[in-house]
Structure formats: C-alpha cells, structure tokens
Design a protein around this ligand. Sequence first.
Ligand SMILES: N[C@@H](CCC(=O)N[C@@H](CS)C(=O)NCC(=O)O)C(=O)O
Length: 210
Amino acid sequence: MKLYDWLIAPNPRRVRMFLAEKGIEVEMEQAAGPRDMDLATWFLELDPRRRVPLLVLDDGTHVGEAMAICRYFDAQQPEPNLFGREPLAVALIEMWERESEINCLQAGGEHVRNSHPAFKDRALPGYSEPTPQIAQLAERGKMRYYEFLSRAEAQLERHAYLAGEQFSAADITAFCAVDFWQKFKLPLGEEHTRLKAWHERIGQRPSATA
Ligand SMILES: N[C@@H](CCC(=O)N[C@@H](CS)C(=O)NCC(=O)O)C(=O)O
C-alpha cells in the first residue's frame, strides 16, 4: 500500500500525526513538492478526487478522506486509543472531530481560499474546472473559524483536551488546522489563553513533527 502525502498541507498532516501516535509506518509518496501550490499532474490523473491524503491499497482500492484513512488503520490497530472506548467518549470525540474538520479546518480554508491571491480560481480544492473566489465566503469563513475557536476555548476551560480528558483524533484535526491557518493571518487572539496552552502542549508531542 502507499499513502500519497503533501508535506505542506494540513489534511495529510492529520494522517501523518495519527500514524505517528500509533507507531504505524506506511510507504509514502509526495503528490507535490513543498513549494508547489498545485498537486502534480500525474497525481491528478491517478485519482479523480484530486485531493490528498490518498491511501492506495495493494489491490488498487483508493481510500480518500483523512479520517477514513485513520479509521482503516485504527480498525487494524486500536491502540493507543484515539477514537474513544466508552459510548460517551466515542460520541464526544466524533462530535469534536467533525466540528474541528467542518468549522475549524474547512472554515479557515473557506476564508483563505476565497481571499488569498494564490487560490484565484481555485477556491475549492479537488475540482478540474475553475472555482472563482467569493469575497463574502472569505468573510463568512473567518467568522465561522473564530466562532469555533470561542467554543473550543470554553471547552478547554473545563477539559484538558477538546473531547474531554483524553487526547484524541479531534485534537489532531483541530491542531493541524490552527497550526496551518495561523500562517495565513488567522492567529489565536489574546482571549485564547487555553487554546494557546493546548496548542503548545500538543506541539510538544513527538507526533507533531510527523
Ligand atoms: N476532507 C478531505 C480534504 C482533503 C483536501 O482538501 N486536501 C487538500 C490538501 S490539505 C488538497 O488535496 N488540495 C488540493 C488542491 O488544493 O488542489 C480530507 O479529509 O482528506
């Protein structure tokens, strides 16, 4: 099997971090260079979804979506646990992981991809046709992003991690998002003291360098 990766991008990083936490090694290939703004043509021809991460199994099956790939490995090697054990923990991790993807990672992307000149006509990833930028979406994405950060800050006032006392897949998604979008002028603010401490703590985990 092979995992198609892109070192600079946040979604493939979610999978690399997850695998590092598990101690699982997988053959990887870069679908674009670290300075590229586009995936390589050979990769776009390989997979119609045109997005990374992508796991290709030995029988040729394509598994896309970062969390689907993580689930594939988790089903084979459940420990260390990152998706919860008890019913409530499973539900809360699922809730915060989805929130983190939709309202943090994608919301930041909605802002950046609809405003940064590098994404002109590429406001959505994965499309072969041009997807023009929409200024209102840039504003709305920023609002959604900071709304999520406020809720995460409140959650971290009561808990060590997003979904409770256990480091989980939800923290991986939110950490990769916050780490990436702050490079694009979406910084944590003065009011985000708990988030800053959480970000620093997770940044010290060995998996954060994956
Ligand atoms: N929901 C997808 C998102 C995948 C995605 O958007 N990947 C980005 C990199 S972070 C990509 O492939 N972008 C290609 C492009 O910008 O053309 C996942 O969880 O894997």
